[in-house]
Structures are given as C-alpha cells and as structure tokens.
Design a protein around this ligand. Sequence first.
Ligand code: ADP
Ligand code: MG
Length: 264
Amino acid sequence: MFIQINHLNKQYLDKNGQPTEVLKDINLEIDKGEFVSILGPSGCGKSTLLSIVAGLTGLTSGEVLVDGRQVRKPGKDRDRGMVFQQAALFPWLNVRDNVTFPLKKEMSKKEARAQAAKYLHMVQLGNYQDHYPHELSGGMQQRVAIARALSMNPEILLMDEPFGALDEQTRSRLHHQLETIWMETKKTVLFVTHSISESIKLSDRIIVMGTRPGTILADIKVDLPRPRDAHKEDMVKIEEHIMSYLKKEIDKVISEELAYEHNS
Ligand code: ADP
Ligand code: MG
C-alpha cells in the first residue's frame, strides 16, 4: 500500500474558538500508480484532506503514511508535487524560470534547465519557455504549473481542482493531456474535484465524500477502458450511482440549513 490514511480526524477552531470537526475517521488506501479522485460538495474537506497528505496542514488525530513513512513537512520530502486551481506562477519570471525556480536548490542550473525543458515538452509548451505568464492563456498557465510539479519528479501528484477555473473545451484537452502524462510517468495521482464527469473520465477510483463532518460515503471503482469518451453509456451508469450518494448529502444539507434558519 503506497498511501495509507488511518482514522484521520481534523478539527479547526471556528471564529468563537470552538473546535469544529472537518474530517471524521477518514480511512483510505491507495496503490502506487493509481489515479484516485476525491469528489464531494464544496466545504466537505477535500482541500483539507489533500493538504494534510501534502504535509502542508497538520492533522488532529490518526495518521497518514506514504510508502510506510509518516508524512512530514513538504520541504523535507520531495515525493509530493502540488497543483492548485490557480497556477500561482511568478509573473516576473518566464516559463522556463518558473519551472526551474524550485529545482535550483536540488541540481545545477544546466540540469534544472534540461529537466524543465523535458516536462514543458510533455505538456506541449516546449516552444513557450521564453514567454511570460501574462502572455499565456489560463490553460497554458495551468500546464506550466503541472510541468513545475512534475519536474521535481515526485512519486505523487496532488491536484486540487486544477482545471476548475477553465472553460469546457480547454478542460477537456487538459484531461486528455493529464491522462497521457499519467500513463507515461506512472505517477500516483490524488485529484480533488467537485465535477462528477471529470472524476469518471480520469480516475481508477472515485472517493465520494459527504459533508459536515467530511466523511467517505463511497469508494467506487471505474473499470472502463481509456479513453473513456467512447463509453458514454457506462459513464452515465456510474454517474447515476454517484448521484445516489450525493443526492442524500444535498437533502441533508438543505434540511440542516432549514433547521438552522428556523432556530435563528
Ligand atoms: P473543500 O475543499 O471540500 O471545499 P475545505 O477543505 O476547503 O473544503 O474546507 C472544509 C471545511 O473546513 C470548511 O467548512 C471550511 O470553512 C473549513 N476550513 C478550511 N480551512 C480552514 C481554516 N484554516 N480554519 C478554519 N476552518 C477552515
Ligand atoms: Mg477546496
């Protein structure tokens, strides 16, 4: 088992200093090379979970193991690369320097440039290395961010709604590219999304989360050949299956909100 999450709990203090439970008894095992989506409504704790696996956020109790070792601060382990919804590129650096920036501490300048070029070619931006972020579309910026994360050669790629801000066509192209990169590099991918169709298109497994507190409702295997677009009918079946879990969640949230309004 490559990633192992055991009885993970996470509380945050609310504005009155009261602890609120964000993640409750999360248990999850992920194999090396798996593409796993974490799917759930806004606020269910997806980003918190990913951030704990990245070592960016601490946990309240339980444990997260990667390759048998407890996760530590991200600076110490080079085994996890993060991609966020916003590319977060340095606007004053060109594409090449954005990618080599985190590499410089690890290797010579020449090696860093070679590494950057390799992954920029992989995301089909080999000809844009001298461009600046403002000269690129949102989809291209996101591809630079993916190249930057890959260039550290992490074992795990952690992606938090990386295509959430993009239009449908760009998103669809990037799905295809990410799938290709995943098959080429054999990375383990943990992919956060609130899009059901995106999760079905990309993943081997979909972890469906419910909210308040964040829990795992279902762990659904997607056993369809890739590319998935040729299997629309099977995709619809899986979508309906996922919806059956999420509908209950939506009903729960609505009734809680009604009760809250009623009591206040
Ligand atoms: P998601 O990514 O699924 O939308 P998040 O993980 O961002 O959910 O947030 C889950 C819950 O935790 C939300 O209710 C959010 O308000 C709360 N939360 C997230 N970060 C913090 C924080 N730093 N301090 C307090 N509460 C937080
Ligand atoms: Mg989030």
